[in-house]
Ligand binder design. Structure first.
Ligand SMILES: [Zn+2]
Ligand SMILES: [Zn+2]
Length: 155
């Protein structure tokens, strides 16, 4: 049995619903956030998105049906949302303002039971029937400078 796997953190492999897009992440997650912005609600067809930030260099991904939709985030910078055009699963986002990171849509992880969301963001547009966990920080919009992984700003 290979040593050290548990210490290295959870096994971050995942993919879309139809199985065309598959990815693997060779790093520990840097941040897990619940985003209640209206764009995330629209794109996921749900009340919020569960985002896991990982270093871009740690991501391996493949899929013939990878497609992208680009919009402008609240920061005024582009947000590219990657999804599978075969099944519609939303897989990850590229946020121009955090070029070293990719934001995985946590629902696509094969095992997401270990996730512990660390903050709520865009609480201003959270649905009134969503219960926001008060034990973790909540931000009205994007978190302030210095809150992101490694003390960096978030988009
Ligand atoms: Zn798919
Ligand atoms: Zn969002």
């Amino acid at each position: 049995m290979p040593g050290g796997l548990v210490e290295e953190g959870p096994n971050m492999v995942g993919g879309c619903l139809c199985g065309d897009v598959r990815y693997e992440i060779d790093a520990k997650p840097l941040l897990t956030a619940l985003c209640h912005c209206e764009d995330c609600q629209k794109q996921t067809g749900s009340a919020f998105s569960v985002l896991v930030a990982v270093p871009r260099c740690s991501l391996w991904i493949e899929g013939e049906h990878m497609a992208a939709f680009e919009s402008v985030g609240a920061s005024g910078h582009p947000v590219t949302r990657w999804f599978c055009s075969g099944c519609g699963s939303s897989v990850l986002s590229d946020v121009a303002i955090t070029p070293d990171l990719v934001w995985i849509r946590a629902g696509t992880l094969d095992d997401r039971s270990w996730l512990r969301p660390q903050m709520n963001i865009w609480c201003d547009s959270a649905q009134p029937w969503v219960l926001l966990e008060r034990a973790i920080p909540g931000f009205a919009k994007n978190p302030p400078i210095g809150v992101g992984p490694g003390g960096k700003d978030l988009a």
